[in-house]
Structures are given as structure tokens and as C-alpha cells.
Design a binder for this molecule. Structure first.
Ligand SMILES: [Zn+2]
Length: 252
């Protein structure tokens, strides 16, 4: 391990040890070690074949739900087979140690909760429930509904309306209560740890900057440089699944 990486990990651990209220912010890079592709990074897939506005927008969903479900099916298959990775587990440990108060995530994969984390704010929704676009009934995405989706059928409510998974599509507002809660946590924290996010998707990506503007210190662990780097106190360009467990080890 290079000396400067070791020193950065020590500095990150030191900031965490002295923080009163640590908030983590995670993005797609946090789940790549679980085999979930970052849909926005070149070479990984879906956006290159399909224009997101034509398949993954609320307008496309309403016009042609079948195309939407054909597009999301491979993602559902990946999610069914995915397991939490070392980065998820590291944050769960930080929470259990009492340092980490809440995780704000852009991910819809439920892996942070499956790793045992208690407080997770999902800015882009999740796949645990679906909502009827006609009568607004909310139903759990149980094995039956998942199978319907995997079979290539459009899942429907008792009323005949199409069931939309509770993920935020292009053209939809972020869930306002979750967003407000995340903003409140950002203002309240005195340290924010950004893990595996390129911070390119607004308005979710504004959360870490809100924390800094409210006086918090910042740590970022991400493979690529981001606009957050110049304002952060510790910048580590590395794989979260390797770096976060090392930070936890330095805390113990
Ligand atoms: Zn309905």
C-alpha cells in the first residue's frame, strides 16, 4: 500500500473519530463490487443502447410500460443475484460503532439495508414496493410480482392499472419527504463521507455540498476525480470495497 494512501486512511479515520454527527452519501460505485453496473459509466451498458428518456422516463412508462419492463428486467435479474459487498458492510460497522448516523443513497438496490444498516435514506426510491398508476394503491414487490416481471409480463393492480416500481424515473420528482430529511441531515452533520459517487446526478448530488456549506468537513472515496475533491478534507481515489474496510480497521 502506498504511504500516502495509508496516511489518507489514517486522516479519514481521525476525522471520523472526532466527528459528532457523521453522514454517508453513496452512489453507484458503492455497489459495483456487488456486480451492479454503474448505468452512467461508459462501457457498462444500458444507456448506450437505449436513450433513457425513451425507456426510463415517467412519460415512456405511461406510454409503453412493456418497453420499460423489458428494459428493467436484466436489472431485476442482477439485483436478485447480488449480495452486499465489503463497502456496504464497512458502513454498517461504522453505524454499529456509533460513528455513522445515517446513510443517504442514490442506489435503489437495497444492498445497504441487506448489509444490516438501520438508517438509510433512498433518494431515488427502491424496488421493494410498486404503485398502481391508476388508483395509487401501493403493493409489496413480492415473489409473485417479481416472477410476473421476469416472465416478461406487465405487472398489474387488481383495478387493471399498471404497477410502477417505486423507483424514481427521469421526469419524476425525488420523494420530497426523503429529500427533505436528507437535506436536514446534511445541514446537521459535522462530517460527510462520500463513497462511490461521481456526484453528477442532481439534485441528489447537491446533498454533500450542502453539508460542506453548512460547515461540515468532507471525505470522499471514489475511483474517479469529482468536483467535490477540491472542497474535501480527505480525497481518496480508490475502490470503496477496499478503502472503507481499511478505514473501519483504523477506527477499531
Ligand atoms: Zn390500481
Amino acid at each position: 500500500m502506498p504511504m500516502n494512501l495509508e496516511a489518507d486512511i489514517e486522516r479519514a479515520a481521525d476525522l471520523i473519530r472526532h466527528a459528532h454527527y457523521l453522514v454517508a452519501f453513496t452512489g453507484a460505485g458503492h455497489s459495483t463490487a456487488s456486480g451492479i453496473p454503474d448505468f452512467r459509466s461508459p462501457g457498462s451498458g444500458l444507456w448506450e443502447k437505449d436513450n433513457p428518456l425513451l425507456v426510463a422516463s415517467i412519460w415512456a412508462f405511461r406510454l409503453n410500460p412493456k418497453t420499460f419492463f423489458n428494459w428493467i428486467r436484466p436489472m431485476v435479474e442482477v439485483l436478485l443475484n447480488a449480495a452486499p459487498n465489503a463497502a456496504h458492510k464497512a458502513l454498517t460497522e461504522m453505524e454499529a460503532m456509533g460513528y455513522l448516523k445515517v446513510i443517504v443513497t442514490q442506489n435503489i438496490d437495497n444492498l445497504q439495508q441487506r448489509a444490516g444498516s438501520r438508517r438509510v435514506l433512498e433518494l431515488h426510491g427502491h424496488m421493494r414496493e410498486a404503485t398502481c398508476i391508476r388508483c395509487y394503491k401501493v403493493v409489496p414487490v413480492d415473489p409473485v410480482l417479481t416472477q410476473t416481471l421476469l416472465d416478461g409480463k406487465v405487472p398489474r393492480c387488481e383495478c387493471g392499472g399498471v404497477l410502477k416500481p417505486n423507483v424514481i424515473l427521469f421526469g419524476e420528482q425525488l420523494p420530497i419527504r426523503v429529500l427533505n430529511q436528507a437535506m436536514e441531515e446534511a445541514r446537521r452533520c459535522d462530517l460527510i463521507l462520500v463513497a462511490g459517487s461521481s456526484l453528477e446526478v442532481a439534485p441528489a448530488a447537491d446533498i454533500p455540498f450542502l453539508a460542506l456549506n453548512s460547515g461540515a468537513k468532507g471525505i470522499i472515496v471514489n475511483l474517479q476525480p469529482t468536483t467535490f475533491d477540491q472542497c474535501a478534507d480527505v480525497v481518496i481515489h480508490g475502490d470503496v470495497a477496499e478503502v472503507l474496510p481499511r478505514i473501519v480497521a483504523a477506527l477499531a
